[in-house]
Write a protein that binds this ligand. Sequence first.
Ligand SMILES: Cc1cc2nc3c(=O)[nH]c(=O)nc-3n(C[C@H](O)[C@H](O)[C@H](O)COP(=O)(O)O)c2cc1C
Length: 187
Amino acid sequence: MDERITIAVIQGTMREQRQSSKAARFVAEVGKQFEGVDIVFVDPADFSFPNSGKDTEGKDPRYTEIVTKADGFFIVTPEYNHSYPGALKRMLDSEYAAYHRKAVAVAGVSNGDWGGTRAVEGLLPALRSLGLLPVRLTAYFPRVQDIFEENGQIKSDQADKYTKAVKGEFAELIWTARALKWGRGNL
Ligand SMILES: Cc1cc2nc3c(=O)[nH]c(=O)nc-3n(C[C@H](O)[C@H](O)[C@H](O)COP(=O)(O)O)c2cc1C
């Protein structure tokens, strides 16, 4: 199958000093190395989601367009108080049917030793409820300050380990996204 697919890489927070954006940008760069895949970077700070939830007034048409076009999603979430950020939830909740039967991968980020595991585990049920199908693998970025330089570049002694982890997860995401795209069109 050589049809192109689109993967939206979603940054999970709009906090001004956010460090997880370095991991999200890294994930997007790894994704660009795959043939036949278009990467769209999604920053919740670029959108506006007024009101409270699943109503037409609470949508941002630019986000609607991205979700409708995407075949899969790679969400990079930091951990905030043992969960994932409210800004990510608000953005995800603004859409519903456009996610159905599409693939999703998640990566966790923290400045401590756990790599955002509790945020990831908390996020998965919400993603399933949206009709997304999570892949098996998860990349974790614990102690994010030790992985990336101040300018966002991955540190040279960390590059192999994290490129391998993200590439493996991305490969699963792409396979699943392609299979589901075929299924949506043929079943
Ligand atoms: C409101 C808030 C709550 C946080 N709670 C946790 C937490 O429960 N567990 C954890 O490991 N790190 C926690 N952190 C630290 C983040 O892991 C750290 O800020 C890291 O850089 C990723 O988040 P960032 O992208 O906002 O920088 C918290 C940070 C903030 C701003």
